[in-house]
Design a protein around this ligand. Structure first.
Ligand SMILES: C[S@@+](CC[C@H](N)C(=O)[O-])C[C@H]1O[C@@H](n2cnc3c(N)ncnc32)[C@H](O)[C@@H]1O
Length: 265
């Protein structure tokens, strides 16, 4: 309640004042507040060490996140928005075979977490494959999908792996979704190259709109403060970027974000 009021109040301030307040918080309080809030499992110094962290430690850190904290950034509204960004659910309003041929049918969800978006896409009729570094996230997501009865044609394929080295052949999927995950990767350039390599038609990305801060309640490593930063990271000749605002919505994530749709073909 108090947090929500504070977030709304901050939204009313000009960006420069918000940044100044955040700077003061970083210097004086942030590290200690985060340590007290999360305890030993959360690595408050992540941003100082992520570049040289071995893969096994990266996986263990995200497993600990999923054991201690339920993180579900993509809510139902996002899922509807992302399905629209994919061009709509498969077969929806499509008359001819040519129309169907150009439509997205298969999707790779990169950094699926607890699987909300993957499940919504499978329910909408897409063939969905998911990849995440954390076996704990994949276990939770697969359990939810099973409880919801997603079997047969709607069954989701789950695979452990890094976004920087996707375990799939070139052009394996019509579309890639990567929502609230690109800001977590160790190497942005390699990840973007991988997303473009495995996509046939579209890449849909959601990232928070953020400035760099040393201490934060998350393991973000990449920061996007303008829509241009995102479109230039992908460098696709045709793309769209939209500005989103999640403040006041029923969502764990309470901030501004960017939606990117890149057209590969
Ligand atoms: C904030 S969660 C987003 C989950 C989900 N996409 C959503 O919107 O609710 C970020 C996810 O990225 C995963 N992750 C972190 N680093 C990764 C990497 N290098 N490659 C693949 N997944 C990664 C984490 O395990 C976590 O599940």
């Amino acid at each position: 309640m108090l947090r929500a009021a504070y977030i709304r109040f901050k939204q009313l301030l000009p960006r420069s004042l918000r940044n100044a307040l955040s700077g003061i918080n970083q210097r004086l309080f942030a590290r200690r507040t985060i340590e007290r809030k999360y305890g030993a499992w959360f690595d408050v110094d992540w941003r100082k060490k992520f570049r040289t962290m071995p893969d096994a430690d990266w996986i263990a850190a995200y497993d600990a996140v999923w054991q201690n904290h339920h993180n579900n950034c993509t809510d139902e509204t996002d899922a509807a928005m992302i399905i629209a960004a994919l061009g709509g659910a498969p077969h929806q309003g499509l008359e001819t075979n040519t129309e169907r041929k150009h439509h997205v049918q298969s999707v790779l969800e990169v950094g699926c977490g607890a699987g909300s978006l993957a499940i919504a896409m499978a329910e909408a009729g897409f063939r969905v494959t998911c990849v995440d570094v954390s076996s704990e996230a994949l276990r939770k997501a697969a359990e939810r999908a099973q409880t919801l009865g997603l079997q047969g044609e709607r069954e989701i394929t789950w695979q452990q792996g890094f976004a920087e080295a996707l375990p799939f052949a070139d052009k394996s999927f019509d579309a890639i979704t990567c929502c609230h995950t690109l800001e977590h990767v160790r190497d942005l350039e390699t990840t973007v190259r991988e997303l473009k390599r495995v996509a046939r038609k579209r890449i849909v990305v959601v990232v928070p709109r953020q400035e760099y801060r040393l201490y934060a309640e998350n393991y973000h490593t990449q920061f996007f403060s303008t829509p241009e930063q995102l479109s230039s990271a992908f460098g696709l000749p045709r793309s769209e970027t939209r500005e989103l605002n999640y403040v006041g919505r029923d969502n764990e994530f309470q901030d501004e974000a960017l939606l990117y749709i890149g057209f590969v073909e």
